[in-house]
Write a protein that binds this ligand. Structure first.
Ligand SMILES: *[C@@H]1O[C@H](CO)[C@@H](O)[C@H](O)[C@H]1NC(C)=O
Ligand SMILES: *[C@@H]1O[C@H](CO)[C@@H](O)[C@H](O)[C@H]1NC(C)=O
Ligand SMILES: *[C@@H]1O[C@H](CO)[C@@H](O)[C@H](O)[C@H]1NC(C)=O
Ligand SMILES: *[C@@H]1O[C@H](CO)[C@@H](O)[C@H](O)[C@H]1NC(C)=O
Ligand SMILES: *[C@@H]1O[C@H](CO)[C@@H](O)[C@H](O)[C@H]1NC(C)=O
Ligand SMILES: *[C@@H]1O[C@H](CO)[C@@H](O)[C@H](O)[C@H]1NC(C)=O
Ligand SMILES: *[C@@H]1O[C@H](CO)[C@@H](O)[C@H](O)[C@H]1NC(C)=O
Ligand SMILES: *[C@@H]1O[C@H](CO)[C@@H](O)[C@H](O)[C@H]1NC(C)=O
Length: 905
């Protein structure tokens, strides 16, 4: 008997197991995996041609499906990276209990990370980088005890980092960068004894960086840039001797006591030292120069000062990048830097280095970028030629050579033509260069930008430049150059040609018309003395045209209107004559137009008022006549106008730019009138104009009121009729609509408003806050919570309760219930979806139709009539204003806020 009982109970257990096994992942089989994969697939939004649509079919065993790896017929890897998958991550994924790796990175998955992932006891790698996942990090992940790599970066994951994650003692990689994490870094992360990479770049984390980080003795990389940490660098970090990369620590400004700690020198395996834009001052800790493994030293944009060690290059032989830009370093640019022969980037711009430029830079054979601009570097005093450029000939990969704004004071060597054929930018603006421009420049076949402005270069622009078919920008302004070779016109892609402030004379070369890609051309302050060549007006891509300060003459042709892309045009200080062509109005992108100091005649074209974005207009010192077009006053962006010294006459417009105009902008036009405050006489037509206006005003003053009164009376009559009807209906309606006094507990209010959260706040007033709440039955209510700090608020509560609980009228906000104890007083009111009237009246985005306005008017009037006459005792609202008139979903008005109402009894 006993045996039998045992047997039946065993049979029960057996059945239980069978049933349980289909339900539970713990006892899952390959059938479970199949079902889980199907569930996973069904949660995705797949295109027809997606590989999962075509490949994951029941005709083949799931172990041969794309992206699936199996062991013993069980799924161990799910690798579906970069398939543009959309949809959600199914929680059924957790039923594949043998999963070791899940890689869903670089897709478009949304939704949340299912907390069931915690059931995957075998999981080693979870990679969901680059998706659109939201929600928080499931703290259940802490149960994946074998997890080694957790890649969650580039999502919208928010919330705190769960402290429980500290249980993942096998974790080697933790990457949650470029996300929306908040809160502090939990100290429990100090338990990751095997962690090698710790990356939380660009989140909203704050608080202090926990000292416990120093316990992570396996750490090689820490990336914390782009957070709001406070406090200082935890010194325990300097004990992590294996550390290779410690990029910016994301400490908010000025929280480093202003200095980079000396202890950095203890990190003897450091490869990357990055400290950009941290506002630190002082020097680079000297110990850092003992770390021979350093590859990258970047301290761009700080206030660092002092000198670099003279043997820098010998101490840091592995340097690949040194970027010290935008600091206050001074002293020598150590020539030993040339011994750091692995260097690719040498960037020391915007400092105060004031030695001579090292002569052996050519030892840096791998150099790609050399930027020395804005320092006080000089040339080797023994030579007039810039010989360091000779040496750079060895740097076959050099692409950027920027030495602007140093007092080099020398001559460019002809050997410059032997510089790297990869050179893209050569910039030596404001370097006190003398002599001629080397012909050899024409060998630099990759050159894209040649910048030699503000020097003392003489002679010709080398004709060899014509062979540089990659050249897009030439800046030669501010030199003593005297001849433009025709070859320049064969640079097909030339976009910018700046030849201003030189000694060019004669005709503007006709061949410029071949430069069809030209966007900007400056020929200002030379001695050109021709017409503008006709072909010039076909350069339709021109955005900037500066021909000012020459001796150009002739008419400005009507073809000017072709240059529709122009936004700056300066023709000032020339001898142009004739009229301003009407076609100027076609230049609708023009921001600034200067035609001053010429011999232009005729009227100011009305078409100027088509220049709808123009900010500055200067037509001064010409012979323009006629009136000032009043339409100029309608140009909204026009801030500057100068019309002085012409022969203009008539009335000065009043609007727009003319409201602020000064005498200087109009002087020298003796026949202008209409601005007595600027010493221009009143116009004769103005005086009579005023009289006329006065009579029309008088007529209007009489007729408008009559018409309005008539309208009002007829409206009133119809309203009275209408309102009687409505009133009759109301009485029944309002009674049936009246909600009985529900009982709502404090806790329900807390739940309804998500703990009175900011996002539910509808408004703030003197007596308290109003929240939107969702009750358990799904209905919305407004909850007015009274501020208990103010005795007046309590009075308001009582007054409002008394009034609202007794009035019976549809044009008042209905009270549903109150919730009141010693510490808390709130009133639950009907929710008004359309908000308050003042929002509708004063916001740009909303607009009430006339009939809506009338309806609201009537509603409010009815409410007042009820209060004053129909209620048992008269009540005065005392605070009737648009913000206290609320609108329901049908835009019916309800008067609210009886906090200071007076009951006249
Ligand atoms: C599960 O595995 C068994 C035996 O290994 C096999 O016969 C069966 O077809 C598999 N089922 C599925 C759904 O792959
Ligand atoms: C599915 O993809 C896998 C891996 O790319 C391939 O071996 C298999 O033949 C494909 N099956 C089908 C039915 O296309
Ligand atoms: C995780 O995904 C990212 C993005 O696709 C990829 O760069 C990275 O190598 C992946 N890591 C692992 C361990 O698979
Ligand atoms: C999340 O962070 C991104 C930038 O990392 C930001 O553009 C976005 O507004 C943030 N979203 C939220 C909801 O905070
Ligand atoms: C750097 O190394 C030198 C010896 O090579 C040593 O004398 C000096 O104390 C070290 N400096 C620092 C700050 O560690
Ligand atoms: C470069 O290194 C060599 C050998 O270590 C040394 O003799 C030389 O002085 C160094 N050059 C400079 C400019 O420091
Ligand atoms: C300009 O173009 C015309 C026609 O394409 C050509 O005949 C002329 O030689 C070119 N001029 C220069 C200087 O390249
Ligand atoms: C006039 O000048 C005042 C003060 O400089 C400025 O705020 C205002 O915008 C100007 N008005 C116009 C129309 O330029």
């Amino acid at each position: 008997m006993l045996k039998f009982a045992n047997l039946t109970s065993n049979i029960h257990v057996f059945w239980f197991l069978i049933i349980f096994s289909t339900l539970s992942s713990c006892l899952s089989t390959n059938a479970t995996d199949y079902a889980a994969l199907m569930a996973f697939k069904s949660n995705l939004v797949l295109q027809k041609d997606s590989i999962l649509s075509t490949n994951w079919t029941s005709t083949t065993h799931f172990c041969s499906w794309f992206g699936i790896s199996c062991f013993n017929q069980r799924v161990t890897k799910l690798q579906l990276s970069g398939l543009a998958l959309e949809g959600k991550v199914s929680s059924y994924i957790a039923n594949m209990s043998q999963l070791v790796e899940v890689d869903l990175s670089s897709n478009k998955l949304g939704g949340i990370l299912p907390s069931e992932l915690g059931f995957l006891k075998q999981l080693r790698i979870l990679n969901v980088t680059k998706n659109s996942l939201q929600g928080t990090i499931p703290s259940n992940l802490s149960q994946c005890e074998h997890l080694q790599e957790l890649h969650l970066s580039y999502n919208f994951i928010s919330g705190n980092i769960p402290g429980k994650l500290g249980l993942l003692s096998n974790l080697r990689f933790l990457g949650i960068s470029y996300s929306n994490l908040t809160g502090e870094v939990p100290a429990s992360l100090g338990n990751f004894s095997k962690l090698e990479t710790f990356s939380l770049v660009e989140n909203d984390l704050f608080g202090e960086i926990p000292e416990e980080l120093g316990k992570l003795t396996s750490l090689r990389q820490i990336h914390l840039r782009g957070n709001n940490f406070a406090g200082s660098i935890p010194h325990s970090i300097f004990n992590i001797s294996r550390l290779e990369r410690l990029t910016d620590l994301g400490l908010a400004e000025n929280d480093l006591n202003g200095y980079i700690p000396n202890e950095f020198g203890r990190l003897l395996n450091l490869q990357y030292f990055e400290f950009e834009s941290n506002r630190v001052s002082g020097g680079i800790p000297y110990g850092l120069f003992n770390i021979t493994s350093l590859q990258v030293v970047k301290t761009t944009r700080n206030y660092l000062s002092g000198e670099l060690p003279h043997d820098l290059g010998n101490r840091l032989p592995n340097l690949e990048e040194i970027s010290l830009s935008h600091n206050q370093f001074s002293g020598e640019l150590p020539s030993s830097i040339c011994n750091a022969t692995k260097l690719l980037y040498l960037q020391v711009e915007n400092n105060s280095f004031h030695s001579s430029v090292p002569m052996t830079l050519g030892k840096l054979e791998k150099l790609e970028v050399l930027n020395l601009q804005f320092n006080l570097l000089v040339n080797n005093p023994r030579s007039i030629y810039l010989d360091f450029l000779n040496s750079l000939v060895n740097c076959k990969n050099l692409q950027y050579l920027v030495i602007d704004s140093n007092p080099l004071n020398g001559v460019l060597p002809e050997s410059i033509g032997n510089l790297s054929s990869n050179l893209k930018v050569f910039a030596a603006v404001s370097c006190e260069l003398m002599g001629s421009t080397p012909y050899g420049l024409g060998n630099l076949s990759s050159l894209n930008s040649l910048e030699l402005s503000i020097n003392d270069l003489q002679g010709k622009v080398p004709s060899s430049l014509g062979s540089l078919q990659n050249l897009e920008r030439i800046y030669l302004s501010g030199n003593q150059l005297g001849f433009i070779p025709a070859e320049l016109c064969s640079i097909k892609i030339l976009g910018t040609l700046d030849l201003g402030e030189n000694r060019f004379s004669g005709s503007i070369p006709e061949c410029f018309q071949n430069l069809t890609e030209l966007r900007g051309i400056s020929l200002d302050a030379n001695n050109f003395n021709s017409f503008i060549p006709v072909g010039f007006w076909d350069l339709v891509k021109l955005e900037g045209l500066d021909l000012s300060r020459n001796n150009l003459h002739g008419m400005v042709p009507t073809e000017l209107g072709n240059l529709k892309a122009l936004y700056i045009m300066d023709l000032s200080f020339n001898n142009f004559s004739g009229e301003i062509p009407n076609s100027v109005g076609n230049l609708q992108n023009l921001l600034a137009l200067d035609m001053s100091h010429n011999k232009l005649q005729g009227p100011i074209p009305n078409s100027l008022s088509n220049l709808i974005v123009i900010e500055s207009l200067n037509l001064s010192s010409n012979g323009l006549s006629g009136g000032i077009p009043a339409s100029l006053g309608s140009l909204r962006d026009l801030k500057d106008i100068n019309l002085s010294f012409n022969m203009l006459q008539g009335e000065i417009p009043q609007k727009g730019v003319f409201t602020n105009i000064t005498y200087q902008d109009l002087m020298g036009n003796p026949k202008l009138c209409g601005a007595p405050n600027l010493n221009f006489p009143l116009c004769s037509s103005q005086a009579s104009g005023r009289r006329k206006r006065r009579t029309t005003l008088l007529v209007l003053k009489i007729t408008i009121p009559i018409a309005a009164a008539f309208l009002l009376i007829s409206m009133c009559i119809s309203f009275v009729i209408l309102s009687r009807e409505r009133q009759a209906k109301n009485q029944t309606e309002s009674d049936s609509l009246h909600v009985g006094h529900q009982i709502i507990t404090y806790h329900e209010l807390v739940r309804a408003t998500q703990s009175f959260s900011e996002s539910n706040l509808l408004g703030k007033g003197s007596s308290g806050m109003v929240y939107k709440g969702k009750l358990s039955d799904g209905s919305f209510v407004a909850i007015k919570v009274f501020n208990m700090q103010y005795a007046r608020a309590l009075k308001n509560f009582d007054a409002e309760c008394e009034v609202l609980s007794n009035v019976r009228h549809r044009n008042f906000v209905k009270i549903i219930t109150t919730c009141s104890n010693l510490e808390f007083k709130a009133m639950v009111l009907e929710f008004m979806p359309n908000g308050s009237l003042d929002k509708w009246l004063y916001s740009e985005s909303t607009c009430l139709r006339l009939e809506q306005r009338l309806d609201i008017l009537i509603d409010v009037a009815m409410a007042m009539e009820y209060l004053h006459h129909e209620y048992t005792v008269p009540i005065v609202h005392c605070d009737l204003k648009p913000s206290n008139v609320l609108l329901d979903e049908d835009m019916m008005a309800h008067v609210a806020d009886f906090g200071i109402a007076k009951i006249l009894a």
